[in-house]
Design a protein around this ligand. Sequence first.
Ligand code: HEM
Length: 399
Amino acid sequence: MSESVHTVTALPTARQPGCPFDPPAELIDARRHGPISRYTHPGGKPGWLITGYDLVRSVLADSRFSSRRDLMNVADFELPPAPPGEFLLMDEPQHGRYRKPLVGKFTVRRMRLLTERIEQITTDCLDAMEKTGPPADLVTAFAKPIPTIVICELLGVPYQDRGSFQEQIDTFMGGETSDEELMAAYTATQEYLAELVSAKRANPTDDVLSELTDSDLTDEELKGISLILLAAGFDTTANMLALGTFALLRNPGQLAALRADPALTDGAVEELLRYLSVAKTFMRTALEDVELGGQTIKAGTTVVLSYHTANRDPERFADPDVLDLRRQYDGHLAFSHGIHQCLGQQLARVEMRVAFRALVDRFPTLRLAVPAEEVVLRPETADIYGVKSLPVTWDREAS
Ligand code: HEM
């Protein structure tokens, strides 16, 4: 059985020119051969690539697969354990110890307060864009400021620190910097968060981080938690907003439908999440031998899970490569599944609903300011996929 299994030799692979929203051809091809392929990690370690929806979902729900960084068997050197608080890269019980106190912080009250703020932030961004444009870069004018301000408010980052803070995050999440630059930005962010935690402990304010200082979590752990909230919440949402707008502009019929019918907004957000899957791949390591899709995953082997191809699996979704905002939904994996399912998903949904709605209402003639082929995309090496900039324009009289 193992003899006939498809083999993928290298990841990440580039996307096909002209298909910025579709997974790389090798991944689509791998899924066509079956939901599981053999794969060799860049460090030469044998692994597996899982591309089918059912199999990806089953691994995510299976406690025999670990998220621990120190167990990842992908390189010829050992990776260190996740720093305290960085629970995305931990298993139970450590993971739950950090996640549980946070779940209660994303309360209805805080969401409601944040919704009002998000509406205000969005209005401010669009006002500024309207005043200085056309044209405008939608990434800097709209897609980045909204989640940045939201994360800063959650963590209680003072206003004057926000510019430099955003630059640091950009550097270590953009996927294009040298290792040295990346390490420098990561260290600077860690140092900043350490100072922020001390400041909140000394003078608590009305934010999640201040509330968490009233627990048994150490400063080091709070720093790690802040880093995870930041890393997970900023870049993902920013890229969904920018790439989502690009996808809507490339699907004018869908954009017109959304513009005409505000009731379509929630469905549009879910469909864009599925279609784009900006958090495209994650890894898990088998803690024991596991039979999966007719193959044996040996204990200690790391599997790559492709959320994007899973969300485009024709066995799960009809016409999966079509962006259809009216699609009737029953579950995509853009926010993952199982114990690590996105903690901030309701917040992300609010941000996207408010932002997309306001954007299409404000600029009825919004369009690309450059040919679509000239829109610069992020390289596949970036953890989160997206556009680097999105030049847009509109008719001043009509807006
Ligand atoms: C559209 C935007 C977003 C997308 C696509 C997204 C996607 C994801 C995915 C795929 C995971 C799980 C990774 C895995 O399977 O290992 C995850 C985890 C997480 N996300 Fe999000 N996310 C988004 C926005 C946010 C926001 C706004 C926040 C918080 C402010 C957030 C906080 C987190 C946290 C804390 C985790 C770790 C959960 C855990 O390990 O238990 N995310 N996210």
